[in-house]
Design a protein. Sequence first.
Length: 175
Amino acid sequence: MSRHVVLVGLMGSGKSTIGRALAESLVWDFVDTDRVVEQREGCSVAQIFASRGESGFRTIESDVLREVLASPTRQVIATGGGIVTSPENRRVLRSHDVIWLTASVDTLTRRVEKSRADRPLLGDDVRNRLTDLSHQRTDLYAEVVNRCESVDDRKVDDIVRSIASSLDVEPEVEP
Ligand code: S3P
């Protein structure tokens, strides 16, 4: 099994944007577990929450995580913010380079504003919800990560360079 780079963090922390840019700079494949879930089920994450509830979504998400981690080619994997809520997911993540993208609740709230409808866990009071999720999940992220990267007030390129330089591969980004 390959050692993949896995991005974790709360909704709005930029896992997909940074993951895609990081994969490009490393010339690796990029996978987003939410998108794989949607492709597999033929409907959106919000529709899965509506029809099968959060636990139905978590079961599919865990299957997808195991599937993408089994890839023999090293890849950058962006995960859904709640991937760490499963103890079994936390266990399997420990064999990979797990990077935790951290951000203030202000940053997260601002960033998810336009995509609230796609994220069923946010509800109406986004700031409070993100604050709660941050409290609930901080220890869970901390349990699996190799490295934290704050994304507040930073450009994607800067974050990508910083992550790439911490890995045991040469980045192909401009100096
Ligand atoms: C969730 C985060 C979402 C998605 C689902 C649940 C969570 O992914 O998996 O709505 O529990 O935090 P993003 O973190 O990519 O928004």
